[in-house]
Write a protein that binds this ligand. Structure first.
Ligand code: SF4
Length: 323
């Protein structure tokens, strides 16, 4: 994308963020004064246009200043998810894959590294070893060489070759579409299994990765610290059909705005719904500079992102060695 277009897209994203944040605040304020009112958001366009966010004021509408009932928590959590769906209508898994085998391998490789680095590495791997049979019969040293950029490449070579062997020997060379089978594969835990089920088989799954854990705790959706308990607690707040997209929304937000060390609170559209507002940078101008990927006008993690991402002004990641 030409530099000007990218800059315009960045500005547009920031403007959108500011407008949504005002809309969020209006909606949260409305909630605070009309407890029990359920239904469609009634925010007026006029209210959304007024960005009343300033330090010390933005979070007055947050719904968690006093003990929150389960019903109120469900409503707030679902509202957050709806807001996130508007902010990231193009949310998707950030690993490039063309079939379940590629997704399960890419997910295993993503441990301790970024999806970007995995996406830059897997094209060479899958070009040389397109099927589980090919990878199971590979020369480990050659696989190690390809996987070197992902870190821990010897262990990862063992994992993906062992996984391929198990697919060939126990599942006829096909990735199984059931949780109980997937978790039996070497190197595949519940997190990887849910990524595969949700994105390659269309079966609902919650992906409790590091971003998901951090954000749902910031939002006080759960106090749990173990992934299985987080998965159960958050799963209980949403219908199953929401689980996969919820996971993408939360992870997208964690990567772009609600960062581990410096969340960009001042540029966060869901600030009025967030009990952790103020944990990060609240100055809007400084916060905007913390935004990442398409929200900051930068390339994403996928070399082949979905069309919806490109249509929204997102840019593909560069291949390995190109940037
Ligand atoms: S901690 Fe800050 S950036 Fe994260 S969701 Fe809350 S307001 Fe947004």
């Amino acid at each position: 994308m030409p530099a000007k277009k990218a800059a315009d897209s960045g500005k547009a994203a920031v403007k959108k963020v500011a407008t949504r944040r005002a809309a969020s605040k209006a909606r949260a304020d409305e909630d605070a004064v009309s407890k029990g009112a359920v239904g469609k958001d009634a925010v007026s366009k006029g209210a959304a246009g007024k960005d009343a966010v300033n330090k010390g004021d933005v979070n007055k509408g947050a719904a968690v200043s006093k003990p929150e009932s389960h019903t109120a928590l469900v409503r707030r959590a679902r509202r957050v998810n709806r807001e996130l769906a508007e902010i990231y209508p193009y949310a998707h898994p950030e690993l490039d894959f063309e079939n379940p085998f590629q997704l399960v391998v890419a997910t295993v490789l993503s441990a301790q590294t970024t999806d970007l680095r995995v996406n830059q590495t897997t094209p060479a791997l899958f070009a040389k070893y397109p099927t589980p049979e090919d990878l199971a019969a590979a020369d480990p040293e050659e696989v190690e060489e390809i996987l070197r950029p992902t870190g821990f490449f010897r262990a990862k070579t063992k994992s993906v070759m062992g996984l391929s062997k198990a697919l060939v020997e126990e599942f006829g060379g096909e990735v199984p579409g059931r949780l109980e089978d997937l978790v039996k594969l070497p190197g595949v835990g519940r997190k990887t299994a849910f990524v595969v089920l949700g994105n390659a088989f269309g079966r609902p799954g919650i992906t409790v990765d590091t971003h998901f854990q951090r954000l749902v705790r910031r939002w006080k959706w759960t106090e749990a610290t173990e992934p299985d308990k987080i998965e159960a607690a958050v799963g209980a707040l949403f219908p199953k059909s929401d689980w996969t997209m919820l996971s993408h929304h939360v992870i997208f937000h964690g990567r772009r705005i609600c960062h581990a060390r410096k969340p960009a609170c001042g540029a966060c559209p869901i600030a009025p719904l967030c009990p952790a507002y103020g944990e990060g940078e609240t100055d809007p101008e400084k916060a905007k500079k913390l935004l990442k990927y398409e929200k900051g006008g930068f390339p994403g993690q996928r070399l082949n992102p979905p069309q919806s991402y490109l249509d929204a002004g997102g840019r593909p990641a560069p291949p390995l060695g190109a940037g």
